[in-house]
Structures are given as C-alpha cells and as structure tokens.
Design a protein around this ligand. Structure first.
Ligand code: ADP
Ligand code: MG
Length: 621
C-alpha cells in the first residue's frame, strides 16, 4: 500500500490556525491593534462596519513595512518579533507567534497599505482566502492600514455562528478597551458605522480610564501602588460602594497584556472581603509588571491566559497591597461604621488548594433534630434569657443541672432565630423562578430533587448542608456573638506540637464560634464549652479535623475565619448516604437558598444543577 501521510497545503493549515486565533470580528480587532502597538504607533484608528462582519480596519502611524516584509507578513510563522526560542522568555511585544495575519488572510478579504518613513512609496497588497490578488506600489502615509472585509466569507458555518451585531460589537468594544486602557501613551479612536464611539487622546492611566468609562469614574478610583522584588503593581480599584453587579469593570494587565486569571482575580476580591454588597464585584484596573522570565504567555493561542512561576506569592502581594490601599484611603473604616455588621460576612470559596479533612464522622448524627423545629419557634420561650453571648457563660453552670438536654435544644433555637439571614437570596433564579411549593424527593440518599418554576433542581445534600453551616459559622465568627453550651464534662483533645501551634493561631476564631477552652497544655486542649449548634461528641472531631487540615491553608494567606468555618462545616455536615425525612429535605432546600452563595460549596464545588422543562422537551422529542 502506498504512503498515506501528506503535508497540509498552506492555505488549509492557515484556515485551521484561524479557527483558534479568529473566533469572531473582535479577535481580528485584537490582533490588528496589537500589531499596531508593536509597530510603535502613537495614533491608532479602528474603523468598524456592521459589528466587524463587513469591515474591521486598523490604521496606524507605526513603523510600516518594506515591500518584502509586507508580502512575508502574511506567511504562517512569519514574525519580526522573535528569532530564537530564548526570546520567548523575554517578550516585550504583544505578538510573537507570527500567525495572526496569515490566519486572518485565510478567512477574509484583506487589503493592506503600508509604508516606512524612509521609503518614498508604499505597498498595497490584496489577499483573499490566502491568495494574493494584487501587489502594487501606492502613495500612502507612513504606517500601516489593514482592512479586513467579509470575515468568514469562505466558512459559512462560522459566519452563521456569529451573534447579533449588538453582541459582536460589545466584544469589539471589550477588546478595544482592553488595549486602550493599558496604552494611555497612544491615542485611539473607534468609529462604528461612520460615527465616533471613542476618542481617546494621549494621557495618563487615570485620565484614560475616565475617558473610556466616563467622567463620573474619577471619584470612584482608589490608587494602588506597590513595588516589590518580584512584582510592581500600579493602577486603581473602585471604592466598594461603587461595586457592580457584573464583572465588567475588571481589568487585570500583566506586562501590558490583558490577562484572565481567576486565581489572581480571587486575590483582589478577597482584599475586599466584607466590604462588598452581596453578589457585587469590585471594579479594578491593575497593571502588574513582572520579570518576563517568570511567566509563560505561550499557553493559549489568544494569549489571554498565562502561567506564572510564583502565583502564590503574587496572590499574597496583590491581596495585601489592595487591602492596604483601601485602608490608607480610609475606605474600610468608613464603611465599617455605616454597615450593618451582619452584612460583613467574609467568605472565600474559590480556594481549591485546601486539603479536605480526612476523619469520617458519625453519620447517624442528625443536625435537624434540634434545629428544624427550633428554627420556626420564636425565642420567647422560658430559656431565651440563657441565649447570651458566650463571654457570660461562666455564670451558667448552676442553671444547667438537670436541664442540659432542654437547654441545648432551646439555645440552638435561639441561635438560629437570632442569626437566621433576613435576606433570601432569590437572585440566582429570576424573580419568576422562586420556589413555588416545597415538593422534595430524596434520590439515593444523596440528592434532593425539588421543583422550580422552570423545571427541577437537583441538590447535592452534603454540599448543600456544608454551605449552610459554613455561612452560619462565618456569621457567628464575624459578629462575635455565638452562643455556647457549657459542657457538663469537659472534653480533652490531645494534640501534637504542630497542631498546638495551629491551634494558637485560630484559637480566637474558634472561641468566636462558641468554643470555650480552659486548660491548654503542651499535649492537651481542654474544651469546656462548644457552639450550641453541635453535639458534645463532635467537639474533638471538629478540632482534630481543623488542626490537621490547616497546614496548606495558611500558606495562601487564607482568612482564619474562613478556614475554621469551612472545616467545621465539613466535619459536621450530613453525609451522602444519609436518609432524610421530607421536613429535613425541605429544611435544607430553604436554608440553602437563603445562603449568600448557594451555588457552590465552600471548596467551590457545584451544589446543584437545574433542568428546565425545555431540556426535557429536547430529550423527549
Ligand atoms: P506576530 O504579531 O505574532 O509577529 P502577525 O501575523 O500578527 O504575527 O504579524 C506578522 C508580522 O507582520 C509582524 O511580526 C510584523 O513584523 C508585521 N506587521 C504586522 N502588522 C504590522 C503593522 N501594523 N505595522 C508594522 N508591521 C506589522
Ligand atoms: Mg500580531
């Protein structure tokens, strides 16, 4: 049999590469703007027709190209920006892969005019689907103009896949802003269908942000500035009271490149811990500079994701720098006075680094026995006077004799009535999607299925309960008013030296949850009071789970309160495999959707999925 492998012709290879580089008109905008910047332009015009479907044109006053370079620039892997592999580790340019122009020319009609300063005449070049149609000399000013017409003319499937003009234009504006925000030393204009959308004169960073987002932005900005050995940060965050419901005004640049990094984004959000309204996002415009050797930009064709050598250090520095800025500009204290402290529940849930506790707990434990009836009972019962903050717990001993079982259940009720969240978070579902009636069903002792208006929701019972407990503990810790129950017989927990060190770090936070410790020696911790929501027998397990899972967590600077709340929730949440009564199921559903963040568990695992009736309709065609 003859050989069957052959090299793909260039135009086919280019079309394949275009699939990665050019997803939509906005991708062309990004590539052309970046080329103009790399060509050291000081003035760049972007001209758009029909959201880029008809025309994307970029005109710059940069270096221009020679006749040969103009021709070569459309070849695959043709670049003037790197010549050896080592250059990849000291990149100062936006481009380096040498595939943007080749890809674009494979799937559109392209017309380029370019001229260098030293040349009398320039070059005009027309290419359609990788084929050169025309190459001539032309009179043209210094710089380069590239017009990309009829994008995807030869790939109808891709063209049909494009969204409405409005959506595609939004993407274009996003790309334009991302580039313009990081280059205030270049003037930019954007015209769409003949009218001016942005005119951005040369300015400084702050002025550029204001020119892009409007004059009201100025008063919202808090400067951020820090220089360390591994990283320089400059830029701005917006004051927390101006935080938005969407993450639109979040810009994170690394070495002048717009970058998406959920990990570092989390560092920024964590710095705002407790300062933001529910489900709002802080705005930020942060410009990081790091040694190019410490990052790898080449992990994604569109170069919006990069790999950092020292991500953990960056996380810690970014977070503390922003905290410092907010503090310095007295953002934090001012808000603290104005806020209802119950709103200030900080929590982190995206940190995937944390190891999960290993000790299995008693699966027969039923947290609902106490709570569910109690949570509906007003606190006017005869024991409500006992629901005092734990600091007064010394006086309780006498009252407890013979009453401990009643007290423990009633004080639980107190704690729940007192702390139960007022605000029911309905916003995950549209207004029209709140629960109609509580009809639940437990499946395989693992999932709770419930009806919502649009269909059904399937809830992971363990994660849901974890989330509920986590937020409750956090609330207790934050407002420092947990209710303790005194133990009749103190529980002794033996610890190693390391665990004792850990214990000392989080002792105060544990006390805020309702723990009371009497003697702490080198090998033993004596517990005399525990949070009212937990059973006596759980105390040693909770403490052990916590202390043994703390090692990694502290390295990433996690808030101790989060750590403790998460670990405690994990230790006592009902497990998969546990059968639940109807009331218990409903209780979980109700309390879950009263949580601030009902969608993910404290370690960022999805808690539920929804199926709409239209999903069923599709499957049952
Ligand atoms: P890359 O930017 O990765 O090098 P491109 O395909 O985007 O690859 O561009 C190929 C080459 O064409 C660039 O390296 C540059 O030398 C040249 N070029 C592209 N656009 C311009 C421009 N606007 N002005 C001057 N030279 C340009
Ligand atoms: Mg390029």
């Amino acid at each position: 049999m003859s050989d069957i492998i052959q090299l793909l012709p260039d135009h086919v290879a280019n079309q394949i590469a275009a699939g990665e580089v050019v997803q939509r008109p906005a991708s062309v905008v990004k590539e052309l703007l970046e080329n103009a910047i790399d060509a050291k332009a000081t003035s760049i015009q972007l001209i758009i027709k029909d959201a880029g479907k008809t025309l994307v044109q970029v005109i710059d006053n940069g270096t221009g190209m020679s006749v040969t370079d103009a021709r070569l620039s459309f070849e695959r892997h043709s670049t003037s920006k790197i010549s050896t592999a080592e250059d990849l580790f000291q990149l100062n340019t936006k481009g380096f892969r040498g595939e943007a122009l080749a890809s674009i020319a494979a799937i559109a009609h392209v017309e380029m005019k370019t001229k260098r300063d030293l040349d009398e005449l320039g070059t005009i070049l027309k290419i359609e689907g990788s084929k050169i149609i025309e190459q001539e000399v032309v009179v043209t000013p210094r710089g380069t103009s590239i017009a990309v017409k009829n994008l995807f003319f030869n790939i109808p499937a891709r063209r049909n896949f494009l969204k409405s003009d409005q959506v595609e234009m939004r993407h274009i504006v996003d790309e334009f802003q991302r580039v313009a925000l990081v280059h205030p030393d270049i003037s930019f204009t954007l015209y769409s269908n003949g009218s001016e959308m942005f005119v951005l004169p040369i300015s400084n960073h702050r002025q550029r942000i204001v020119n892009v987002f409007g004059s009201k932005t100025n008063e919202k900005l808090v400067p951020v500035n820090e220089a360390t050995e591994i990283l320089n940060i400059t830029g701005f965050v917006t004051k927390p009271e101006f935080s938005k419901k969407s993450s639109k005004e979040q810009f994170f640049f690394v070495n002048d490149r717009f970058i998406k990094s959920s990990y570092l984004n989390h560092a920024i959000t964590a710095a705002f811990d407790g300062l933001l309204k529910d489900r709002s996002y802080p705005g930020y415009f942060l410009y990081l500079n790091v040694d190019p050797k410490t990052i790898d930009i080449n992990i994604h064709p569109t170069k919006t994701e990069i790999k950092f050598d020292n991500e953990h250090d960056l996380y810690a520095i970014i977070k503390s720098t922003i905290k410092h800025s907010l503090g310095q500009f007295q953002i934090a204290p001012i808000l603290d006075f104005n806020r209802d402290s119950s709103m200030d529940t900080p929590y982190e849930y995206k940190n995937k680094k944390i190891g999960t506790p290993i000790i299995e707990v008693d699966s027969s434990f039923n947290p609902f026995l106490d709570e569910k009836t109690a949570s509906r009972v007003p606190s006017s019962n005869s024991f409500s006077s006992l629901q005092v903050p734990k600091k007064n717990s010394d006086d309780w001993e006498g009252l407890y004799v013979g009453l401990e079982s009643q007290i423990s259940s009633d004080s639980t009720s107190g704690s729940i009535v007192e702390f139960e969240s007022e605000e029911v978070t309905g916003s995950f579902f549209d207004e029209s999607e709140v629960f109609q009636e509580q009809i639940t069903l437990q499946v395989q002792n693992k999932y709770i299925v419930s009806k919502i208006k649009s269909g059904i929701v399937v809830i992971h019972q363990h994660r849901a309960h974890e989330r509920i407990l986590y937020e409750e503990f956090l609330k207790h810790i934050t407002i420092n008013q947990a209710v303790s129950q005194q133990l009749l017989f103190p529980v002794k927990v033996s610890v190693t030296k390391d665990e004792l060190l850990n214990f000392n770090t989080v002792k105060e936070v544990l006390e805020n949850t309702g723990f009371v410790f009497s003697n702490v020696s080198n090998e033993e911790i004596e517990v005399t009071g525990i949070p009212s929501a937990i059973e006596d027998s759980k105390a040693p397990i909770i403490i052990h789970d916590l202390l043994s899972s703390m090692g990694n967590a502290l390295e990433v600077n996690e808030l101790h309160s989060n750590l403790v709340a998460r670990s405690m929730a994990k230790s006592i949440a009902i497990k998969s495999g546990k059968s639940l009564t109807r009331l218990e199921q409903e209780d979980i559903v109700n309390r879950l959707f009263a949580c601030k963040e009902p969608t993910v568990s404290p370690i960022n695992k999805a808690i539920f999925i929804t199926y709409s009736t239209s999903d069923f309709d599709k499957k049952l065609l």
